[in-house]
Design a protein around this ligand. Sequence first.
Ligand code: C2E
Ligand code: MG
Ligand code: MG
Length: 546
Amino acid sequence: MILASDETANALIAGSPDKNITGNFFTSYVDKTIRDTIRERIGHLIRKNKAPEKIITKMLTTPEKWIRGHYFPAGQEKMIIVLEDYTDEYFETKWVEFLAYNDNLTGLPNMFGFEQTLTDSISRTQKSGNFLVMALVDISSVNDFNESFGQKTGDQIILHAAKFLKVFMDTRGFIARWTSDKFILLFPDIAGENHIPALVQGLNSLNNQLFTVDSMKIRIQFTAGYSVFPTDTDDQEELLALSNRALLFAKDNFKNHIFPYKKLPDLIRNNTDIIIRNSLSNAIANGEIYAVFQPKVGTIDFSLRGLESLVRWNHPEMGNIPPSQFIPIAESTGMIIELGNFMMESSFALAREMGNPEIKISVNISQAQFFNENFLDTIDQNLAKYQIQPRQIVLEITESLSMADKKLTVESTHRLREKGFHISIDDFGTGYSSLSQLHNLPVDELKIDISFIRRIHTPDGYQIIHAIASMASAMHLRTVAEGIEDISAVSKLSDLKIDELQGYYFSKPLPRTEILEYITNYQADFFRQEYQKEALVSGSSSAKDE
Ligand code: C2E
Ligand code: MG
Ligand code: MG
């Protein structure tokens, strides 16, 4: 109970200096929401006769007033409270706090304030086994309005959009302002994916709403992209990235629609192709592209016969991009010439460094490169630059290339062979040519396509390889099998008298220093013994003959 108070205290406690407050309980002037807490704390201070304490209290007065009280115990269950007006300070702190977590135009949480909500929603959804949808909403043409009518009009549009989205989300989930004209919507606890279409439809019904902004009638439109947890991803950060990809795609292709991430995959690839196309020209200069080398081994003696050089691209953002993805793009943009030349130089440089002409280096030559008028000159220059002999080099051309322009292929191949290069037909069996069509093509080697080697353990697969091998032998062509991953394939292919083997069983393709080490430490004996052991188990005929 208040025993005495001065005018300043009257004003702070009751809102006016003239109010007589003596005889009333202090807590009766305190805001109802914290009254019990304050009563408890005062009681505690009085009973314990504790040292002075500061308590910040919201009062009942309107407008809202906050006071800071310094409580001094005065003995005999009495205390003196020195009061300060804390209102300005309170709102200032609150505002700074609010700004840190909220967006001051719309009053919605910003991304900073939203993070906890997102984490909580995801873990709740995860526990319940439900679904969560994250949609990113981009309000159309805000920039145009900013430019034509000023920032204020743009702000009004965002404000209207925020309002109707907030009303929509009130019963469905959470909303935050993501960036200037984008909002993020979170629909947690969706019992089944079959509920999602209705949500999307509901959101879509908000599109095209008419508003009066600065006495203009303005139709607010938006585009959205969304992804579903855990169907599209079970990773919180990726969820945002996927929704964003869906949004970017929708903005380019389905403006003012709501687009799901799951419809993207094929189209994303196109997107990736554009990134590849744009970054390919700098990739060589940036050192992102390099050569790896995979050993080729003789079937009977397991001697090291050669290395195939294969291109690798380690993209700073996309990671390793497989050659099957960027070679076709390099071919369509003409970049393949520069790329092919880089690979030729890397291969010739390694041949020079190895200094062992018995180990040949196979270089893949693409169609555009092979038919390029400068191809022969480039090869000559590189031979001179690295001081190596053509007989150390195998040029791999694909079967489809050799069929593309038969006359030109025959001419070029003749010339290359006259110089001393070996010619190999890569991916043989996929290009619809028959062996007889290869008859007038002067080649040295056939590389049986990996798809046949994969089927070697089936009767059909075995028969196909058998047919290729016996015809190649009649034509005096060397045969190479690639994609050898285990010893049982080694065993079958040596039964079929295939000359050389290449595959992960011997080694994965290795970068320069590692392949040089591999060559130094190579032990044909090791593979020979493994082969003998396998022959004992499987009863392989070639091994028994030895
Ligand atoms: P390719 O010339 O037929 O090369 C053989 C492919 O089989 C390589 O794939 C190699 O890494 C892979 N391989 C080798 N052993 C195994 C194995 O045991 N198991 C399996 N599953 N795969 C194995 P990679 O390096 O991805 O190259 C793919 C294709 O890209 C090559 O097929 C070639 O056509 C092309 N390519 C690679 N490098 C170049 C290049 O420098 N220039 C040109 N024009 N094309 C290249
Ligand atoms: Mg090849
Ligand atoms: Mg191949």
